[in-house]
Write a protein that binds this ligand. Structure first.
Ligand SMILES: NC(=O)c1ccc[n+]([C@@H]2O[C@H](COP(=O)([O-])OP(=O)(O)OC[C@H]3O[C@@H](n4cnc5c(N)ncnc54)[C@H](O)[C@@H]3O)[C@@H](O)[C@H]2O)c1
Length: 525
């Protein structure tokens, strides 16, 4: 139904300070035509009644009140298959006929540089939306993530005019050149844990290479990407080059994956959905797919480790972003000689973690993103207790409003327990004891995932042995979560296919064409 726009609501189900002035105020609704209104053919110009929608809360005991679990912060247009089709058509037209691929690489790079400047200028708005949408702390969004995002956009802006092919020597009298061309329309699907960072990882290389994009945000976090996309247009991006659609996976996401006019797909999210995305791509037009999926990353603390430093880093590796990181160090392997000391200190650190209103200064942990994740994490905590792991700290929700979970630590964890196998995606640290290096390599590699790992040691030989033996896309040695724009990121095994960031991401968005021309009277071959 062309004129219909349904609405989905972004819920902020947590205790927060009052909404920033530039956002829709709590409970306000814009009037729109809703689907199912009359018959499709008759609704070219639907009547807009003068009556406003004023009441959207629950009417309980004579008063309009928010739901117990949270309140509405904004209403967002929901894309369905028809909207995806509109977005893909716009993107197709922008690629096939529009100015973007025909602009010089330098002009494209300047648009991206201007965009990066605007991100810096609008850090406060973007970071607020990110916290509002996701629940992560404002300090993390503003001081860590936003600077990473503008840096990454500048990194790819710098690549735009450095993408070129080769001249290739042939065995016969032919002039052979390779041309690196943009692929065309890129469909991109991102998750809710780092909405803006994932937005930048996806659009940065795609646009630098001259592609056009349809990007679907996660249904939990639609707000910040829309704001950033507006800034990109302000920076000079022509219409149709970047289309941002909010919507649900099985409808909008699936329509994007199946679309035959989409030339390439890039997906970040769960391994299960990654399999679906790959299948839909194969069944439609066999578009190439890059996948950045889940993980169960081992953090290995060797016998010579400085325990205080190891505790702090392992804590950061797991609890950062409320534990909602695909590369969270969620299996903490500790050598038996330092195990007891590590455990006591890890427990104390978790108990000291400052959990609370993510807009307040000094808070380390906000709420989980939504009720589904919240319930799932609590189920995993129960499963940890039932399977015989020792609950050392936490284990409960905090308060009765908002999705806050106590920083939780389990010891005596064994590989056959669900908490050691599955991606919990929450503030739950699982500590396992090991005796020797060969054993920990075997156990660390025993997972179906292979996204990241950390090695904590003062011995260069141990670091080298482990770095080479671990079947993962990133090994952090005596550090964690270092996400420079130039450093590739991606997974082995069920953690994904392909790499993002760095020069590796460029090849995801380029076709290589060989052009072969006969040479007549060549001066040289
Ligand atoms: N690797 C990561 O960065 C990452 C990020 C978020 C979540 N996860 C994992 O995924 C789990 C579940 O989170 P989730 O439900 O938000 O992940 P998900 O895979 O369901 O969602 C990620 C994105 O895929 C879309 N999607 C869902 N179903 C789709 C379909 N059939 N076709 C196309 N697109 C579809 C979603 O709308 C969203 O934009 C988490 O607990 C965590 O384990 C991993």
């Amino acid at each position: 139904m062309a004129a219909a726009t349904r609405r989905i609501s972004a819920f902020l189900s947590r205790s927060l300070t009052s909404p920033p002035p530039f956002l829709l105020s709590k409970g306000s609704v814009e009037w729109t035509v809703f689907s199912g209104y009359g018959t499709a053919a008759a609704i070219e110009n639907p009547t807009t009644p003068s009556v406003q929608v004023n009441y959207t809360q629950l009417l309980i005991n004579g008063s309009f009140v928010d739901s117990a679990s949270g309140y509405v912060i904004a209403h967002v247009a929901e894309a369905d298959a028809e909207d995806i089709d509109r977005a893909v058509s716009a993107s197709r037209k922008a690629f096939d006929e529009g100015p973007w691929p025909r602009m010089t690489a330098y002009e494209r790079s300047m648009v991206l540089f201007r965009f990066a400047d605007l991100i810096d200028k609008h850090t406060e708005e973007l970071a607020t939306l990110e916290t509002w949408d996701n629940g992560k702390t404002y300090e993390q969004a503003a001081n860590i993530e936003l600077p990473m995002i503008s840096r990454l956009i500048r990194y790819y802006a710098g690549w735009a005019d450095k993408i070129h092919g080769l001249t290739v020597p042939a065995d016969s009298p032919h002039h052979v050149q390779t041309i690196h061309e943009p692929i065309g329309v890129a469909g991109q699907i991102i998750p809710w844990n780092f909405p803006l960072l994932m937005f930048s990882w996806k659009i940065g290389p795609a646009l630098a290479c001259g592609n056009t994009v349809v990007l679907k945000t996660a249904e939990q976090t639609p707000l910040s990407a829309l704001y950033a996309a507006k800034l990109l247009h302000e920076a000079g991006l022509p219409p149709g080059v970047l289309n941002v659609v909010s919507g649900f996976g099985p409808t909008a996401g699936s329509a994007l994956c199946r679309h035959k006019q989409v030339d390439k797909l890039a997906f970040t999210g769960s391994t299960q959905t990654g399999k679906t995305v790959l299948e839909l791509a194969a069944k439609s037009n066999l578009k190439p797919v890059t996948l950045e999926l889940g993980g169960k990353s081992p953090f290995i603390i060797c016998k010579d480790a400085d325990v205080d430093q190891a505790v702090e880093l392992a804590h950061f590796a797991l609890f950062f972003n409320q534990g909602q990181c695909c590369c969270a160090g969620s299996r903490t392997y500790v050598h038996e000689s330092v195990y007891d000391e590590f455990l006591e200190k890890a427990k104390a650190r978790a108990l000291n973690r400052r959990v609370g209103d993510p807009f307040k200064a000094g808070i380390e942990q906000g709420p989980q993103v939504d009720s589904e994740q919240f319930e799932k994490i609590l189920r995993y905590i129960r499963s940890g207790i039932e399977s015989g792991a020792t609950l050392e700290a936490g284990g409960e929700r905090i308060g009765s409003k908002g999705y806050y979970i106590q920083p939780t630590v389990f010891s005596n964890v064994k590989e056959d327990m669900l908490i050691a196998k599955d991606e919990i995606f929450g503030p739950v640290q699982a500590i396992l004891k090991f005796k020797d290096i060969d054993e920990v390599i075997r156990r660390a590699n025993g997972s179906g995932y292979g996204l990241a790992a950390a090695v904590f040691t003062q011995d260069i030989d141990t670091a080298n042995t482990l770095s080479r033996a671990l079947k993962v896309g990133t090994v952090w040695v005596n550090c964690y979560n270092v996400f420079d724009a130039a450093v590739p990121f991606g997974g082995y095994k069920m953690s994904g296919q392909g790499r993002e960031k760095g020069i590796y991401s460029l090849s995801n968005y380029l076709q290589v064409k060989a052009v072969v021309t006969p040479l007549k009277n060549a001066a040289w071959m």
